[in-house]
Design a protein around this ligand. Structure first.
Ligand code: PLP
Length: 365
């Protein structure tokens, strides 16, 4: 069985996760079938619950997490607009690249990889940006940033600035309160803590963002005016925009129902406990954690590869001998950091113990 995400601990043949494909295996519905529309609307409602938002424009976009990033900037950037972007890893870097494609004047706020976003420095970077953007859970480094603090600071200064947050690795793994935090636009992916197939980007867009949106964005496919009419129904009713990927929406819907049944606080606690155990066990193995202490994601643990160890060989052996897949580092840290995911159904104590036992064996510790 395929992994839902490369950096998840792999299920392996003896440990299948039928939940990951539950919705995919359901009978296919037509994309305009009332049953499918009801399923989509229910999924949008569930997403509002997980985001902690009342935003009417909340929907799964067709495409992976990056399409959410693309839609966020495509619908808000006018050429020359200032976008302050916090860069503390690969995905903050990607936000700069995407915002620049739409003509933003990007003001980068550089951080050491592995550290959280520094709210004061982001605020000091420009007095009146149109957009402030940051990544909540930096998958490339394992660092979590305090979006509540960032949102409070941005809102205290201006009601006009739009706050864009990447929640690809936090949605479904951590409790989110976007409205209370003052976040206008957020996007996620399905293959991380939601634990299903990649291919959708849960997305939410506030009324404030709607009032300031670009009316005619350069990308037809991501025009929220058109997409909104399809999902919400415009004055003339629901208007066809593109064929929704029905199997993926069904799969997302099944994941959201599972999370609702378990309860998001319980799901978040399961992620927290599994990550805490993994990080404690890695320290017991004399390994050094990479992300800054106090700012470590439970669902994605980054750890330094010991100097005398071949990173790729260890990863190969974990996969071949134990059916466990962990990620390499990113960019400058490709060979010197491992990233171990405990997301979705893998966020359990037994998965953490299994990873630790296998790593102990392979490292001969
Ligand atoms: N943002 C973050 C924080 C991510 O971890 C990822 C993917 O890993 C992305 C954006 C891009 O998502 P995708 O690869 O699904 O397009």
């Amino acid at each position: 069985m395929a992994l839902t995400e490369r950096i998840l601990l792999g299920p392996g043949p003896s440990n299948p996760y039928p939940e990951a494909t539950a919705g995919l295996a359901a009978p296919l519905l037509g994309h305009l079938d009332p049953e499918f529309i009801a399923l989509l609307e229910r999924a949008c409602d569930r997403l509002r619950g997980l985001w902690g938002t009342a935003n009417p424009l909340t929907l799964p976009l067709s495409g992976t997490g990056s399409i959410g990033m693309e839609a966020a900037f495509a619908n808000t950037v006018r050429p020359g607009d200032v976008a302050v972007v916090a860069v503390n890893g690969l995905f903050g870097e990607r936000m700069c690249a995407v915002a620049a494609r739409y003509g933003a004047q990007v003001v980068r706020v550089e951080h050491a990889w592995g550290s959280p976003v520094d709210v004061d420095r982001v605020l000091a970077a420009h007095p009146s940006p149109v957009i402030v953007a940051a990544v909540h859970a930096e998958t490339s480094t394992g660092a979590v940033s305090d979006i509540a603090a960032l949102g409070t600071a941005v809102r205290a200064r201006s009601a006009d600035t739009l706050l864009v947050v990447d929640c690809v690795t936090s949605l479904g793994g951590m409790e989110l309160e976007l409205d209370a935090w003052g976040v206008d636009i957020a996007y996620a992916g399905t293959q991380k803590c939601l634990g299903v197939a990649p291919g959708l980007a849960p997305f939410t867009f506030s009324e404030r963002a709607w009032a300031r949106r670009v009316p005619d964005p350069p990308v037809w496919y991501l025009d929220l005016g058109l997409l909104g009419a399809y999902v919400r129904g415009g004055p003339g009713g629901r208007t066809y925009h593109h064929t929704a990927p029905v199997a993926l929406v069904a799969s997302l819907g099944a994941a959201l129902e599972r999370i609702a049944a378990e309860g998001m606080p319980t799901v978040a606690e399961r992620h927290r406990a599994a990550g805490a155990r993994l990080q404690e066990g890695l320290r017991e193995l004399d390994l050094e954690l990479f992300a800054a202490e106090g700012h470590r994601l439970p669902q994605l643990t980054s750890v330094r590869v010991p100097d005398d160890v071949d990173s790729a060989k260890v990863r190969e052996r974990l996969l071949a001998e134990y059916g466990i897949e962990i990620g390499a580092g990113v960019g400058a840290y490709a060979a010197s950091v491992w990233r171990i995911g405990l997301m979705g159904h893998n966020a359990r104590l037994d998965r953490a113990e299994l990873a630790l036992a296998a790593l102990r064996r392979v490292l001969g510790r």
